[in-house]
Design a protein around this ligand. Structure first.
Ligand code: HEC
Length: 309
């Protein structure tokens, strides 16, 4: 038994060991991500504050090698080679997403906070030269209020998203912007078609599959958003349209759906189950009845002949 436990523990360790050693892969496009502006001293300062509050517990003070050595994989010193070999994009991705003991800071920190931390950490690397991405020029004048509207084109059976921009009370369609469309499902969202660019009239067109189930009335909740939310902002638009296939099955997340399975069970399962329960009860009564007989036998007077034996 002990050998069995040892093997089990060793194999669990091996699995964890392997996953800990496997490299932390960052998608190519994320690796190349750069900040749009040059790091400044004030960015480094606010990065230092956030670092002291959120990262120091595990990573220690950069350059002092006083990170938490008990953690596996090791968090490492941010001033060290291993850490600094990351591109800015890799650092950004790793801080946002996290891995095992390294927490994800996607929601806890703003993008600016993360860039500030990177600015701070880079200040410990004398050979680091920052590359910035040119801010991608958009054809949208500064100060324009963007708005999206989702509609269904019944002639063409497509979903259209109209993007308009309003500046000084004048509204114009905005072309050349990539938009993605999602449909809300019970567990997460489903992307509809590929991301599409708005045309000169400001319209992005998405093909629609009419077989997609909606609620009992065929309602589907659609959401449109920018592919490059870094450039155009986090604007998104939602709309409920009656374009799905009406679906009368109770949704899986409805309270009763989990428990109404008796209604869905085929007859043979119900009969089989009831039969099995009956057999068990008959057996229990049979055992009780036999026990009663044994007691009764024990109480019967014993004849003289039997006493001799
Ligand atoms: C609970 C402990 C903990 C906290 C808090 C923490 N980290 Fe980490 N971090 C780790 C561990 C452990 C690793 C190694 C993860 C791995 O290799 O799978 C790591 C890895 C990293 C890496 C990748 C390093 C490399 O060599 O590629 C970066 C970047 C990083 N952390 C930045 C941060 C920043 C910035 C913060 C604060 C906002 C932070 N961490 C907070 C534990 C932590």
């Amino acid at each position: 038994m002990r050998r069995y436990y040892t093997t089990l523990i060793l194999s669990v360790c091996a699995v964890f060991g392997l996953s800990a050693q496997s490299t932390w892969s960052v998608p190519q496009d994320q690796k190349e991500k750069l900040n749009t502006i040059e790091f400044t001293e004030s960015m480094e300062k606010s990065g230092a504050d956030v670092f002291a509050g959120k990262c120091k517990v595990c990573h220690g003070v950069p350059g002092q090698n006083n990170f938490n050595a008990l953690l596996n994989p090791s968090p490492g010193d941010p001033a060290g080679d291993k850490f600094q070999k990351n591109t800015d994009g890799e650092l950004f991705y790793k801080i946002s997403e996290g891995r095992v003991t390294m927490p994800s800071f996607k929601t806890a920190l703003s993008k600016d906070d993360i860039w500030n931390i990177i600015a701070y950490v880079r200040s410990f690397n004398p050979t680091y030269v920052q590359e910035t991405s040119e801010k991608i020029e958009t054809n949208i004048p500064e100060g324009t209020q963007l708005a999206m509207d989702i509609s269904y084109n019944t002639d063409k059976d497509v979903v259209e998203v109209l993007l308009t921009g309003t500046l000084n009370d004048i509204t114009n369609p905005v072309g050349g912007v990539n938009i993605k469309l999602m449909a809300q499902r019970y567990f997460g969202n489903l992307q509809i078609d590929e991301a599409k660019s708005t045309n000169k009239r400001g319209i992005a067109t998405f093909s629609w599959n009419k077989e997609l189930p909606g609620d009992s009335l065929g309602n589907i909740e659609l959401m449109a958003s920018f592919v490059d939310s870094d450039i155009y902002g986090p604007l998104s638009s939602e709309k409920k349209l009656v374009i799905g296939k009406p679906n009368n099955n109770p949704p899986l997340n409805k309270g009763r759906a989990m428990w109404n399975t008796v209604k869905k069970a085929p007859l043979w399962i119900i009969i089989g189950y009831t039969g099995a329960v009956l057999i068990v009860w008959i057996f229990i009564f049979y055992v009780l009845f036999s026990l009663k007989n044994i007691f009764a036998l024990g109480k019967e007077s014993i004849s003289e002949d039997e006493k001799l034996i």
